[in-house]
Design a protein around this ligand. Structure first.
Ligand SMILES: *Cc1c(COP(=O)(O)O)cnc(C)c1O
Length: 429
């Protein structure tokens, strides 16, 4: 049944836009996926440590989500309902309220935005501006918030910003935690800028941050720093927006990445794994007093994806009804830390990044990180890099990966790193 991959790939080279990216480093044509494994047209299997960039935290084709979705479709359930009341949307909202929001003391309203993370961020930024009557938003070095114009203004990466072709306004950049080294508390700089009427920074409508910067290199902010930034937001009349699009849905160990920090954001953005099944769906959670948009003021044809409501409800019922899943995540985080410590030991000056199951190793150069990921792919592991120079080897395995598969994937990564670093060391001598 084997086919010729290079012949199959020709259609992508010939016809697909140059804007394609992940596929360039992974020369395979994928056909199927189940759990934490993917299969290609030549019958090879791969362990997936990319998980749709954390859109597949519960793995591919979870059997319970799949069954519920197939039953929904087979029964002529609504596929697209604009923002009409549907039984399916009610089911999702009731579960989300009961199992996620209420136990965490959150009275936030749920706004369904267009189905991308960027659109949830756009909504969040617009809400903060409308609430405060201010235009400026504080965002941080290495932050990533999407690539539509409003969100892109908050995104730091120069390559992405360059794609705008025009000025990106309304955001003041501040140094994230650790940006000036571990002994510099950058919240002090933010505090000084906010306090001084002549700092040159306009009073902000919001402070927007990721608690762990996903695309920006897995920079995990210290909880004390996050708490201080949250206090500063409130002291200065700005809303606190936590972009939990990548770090949420269990990735850092709890449903939200800011849990157990004594911080309650005014607005939370969610996308990626919120549908549970890899279907497009995004939410902007907003405190009721800031729920200021009029009907359809921030509209969109695909607000709320009915198929995603089906699978999202199953995901929450299945994984977030008690604390068993969180305990499993804590165990897996230890396995991951151990393996990545071994990896870091192979590269001079390498160090661990991230938190929970959103972790990686800064190996100091994009070329080395890419060589390790490329070598791993050849051995059947799908894994990507992150960071300003793509210098971080980043593990985003499905959170549901069975321990045996998880260890197998980590061993492939370690073998790849060993082979690449031995070669590099030999070349250097
Ligand atoms: C992926 C991501 C986004 C953008 O989501 P899209 O669905 O790609 O628009 C925004 N913020 C963070 C933190 C992300 O990881």
């Amino acid at each position: 049944m084997s086919t010729d991959t290079s012949a199959e790939i020709k259609i992508f080279d010939r016809r697909e836009s140059e804007a394609r990216s992940y596929c360039r480093g992974m020369k395979a044509v994928f056909t199927k996926a189940r759990g934490s494994e993917m299969y290609d047209s030549e019958g090879r299997s791969y362990i997936d440590f990319l998980a749709g960039c954390s859109s597949l935290n519960y793995g591919h084709n979870d059997p319970d989500m799949k069954e519920a979705l197939m039953a929904h479709i087979a029964g002529d359930g609504i596929a697209h309902g604009l923002d009409l009341h549907t039984e399916t949307k009610a089911g999702f909202l009731e579960t989300f309220e009961e199992k996620i929001l209420k136990p965490r003391g959150m009275d936030h309203r749920v706004m369904f935005t267009g189905p991308t993370g960027a659109n949830a961020v756009e909504a969040a930024m617009k809400i903060a501006r409308k609430v405060t009557g201010r235009h400026n938003i504080v965002a941080f070095t290495n932050g990533f918030h999407g690539v539509t114009m409003g969100a892109l203004a908050a995104t730091a990466n120069g390559y992405h910003r360059g794609g705008a072709g025009t000025t990106l306004d309304g955001v003041t950049r501040m140094p994230f935690d650790g940006y000036m080294g571990s002994d510099c508390d950058t919240s002090k700089f933010l505090e000084a800028m906010l306090k001084d009427g002549s700092s040159g920074m306009d009073a902000p409508a919001a402070i927007l941050l990721e608690t762990v910067q996903g695309e920006g290199g897995l920079n995990a902010a210290d909880p004390a720093w996050i708490k201080r930034v949250a206090e500063l937001a409130h002291e200065h009349g700005a809303l606190l927006i936590v972009d939990d699009i990548q770090a949420g849905c269990g990735r850092t160990g709890h449903f939200f990445s800011f849990e157990e920090m004594g911080v309650m954001p005014d607005i939370v953005t969610m996308a990626k794994s919120v549908s549970g099944f890899g279907l497009p769906m995004a939410l902007t959670l907003v405190r009721p007093e800031y729920d200021v948009f009029g009907p359809a003021e921030h509209n969109g044809t695909f607000r709320g994806n009915t198929h995603a409501f089906v699978t999202a409800k199953v995901a929450i019922d299945k994984f977030w009804s008690d604390d068993a899943f969180e305990k499993e995540l804590a165990r897996k985080a230890e396995i991951l830390e151990e393996a990545l410590t071994d990896l870091a030991g192979m590269v001079p000056d390498a160090f661990l990044k991230g938190r929970g199951l959103m972790r990686g190793v800064d190996v100091g150069s994009g070329d080395l990180a890419e060589a390790i990921c490329g070598r791993a792919f050849g051995k059947g592991l799908i894994i990507e890099t992150s960071g300003s120079e793509d210098q971080v080897v980043k593990v985003l395995a499905p959170l549901t990966t069975p321990e045996e598969t998880f260890r197998k994937g980590l061993n492939i990564l370690l073998d790849a790193a060993r082979e690449v670093t031995v070669q590099t060391n030999v070349a250097a001598e």
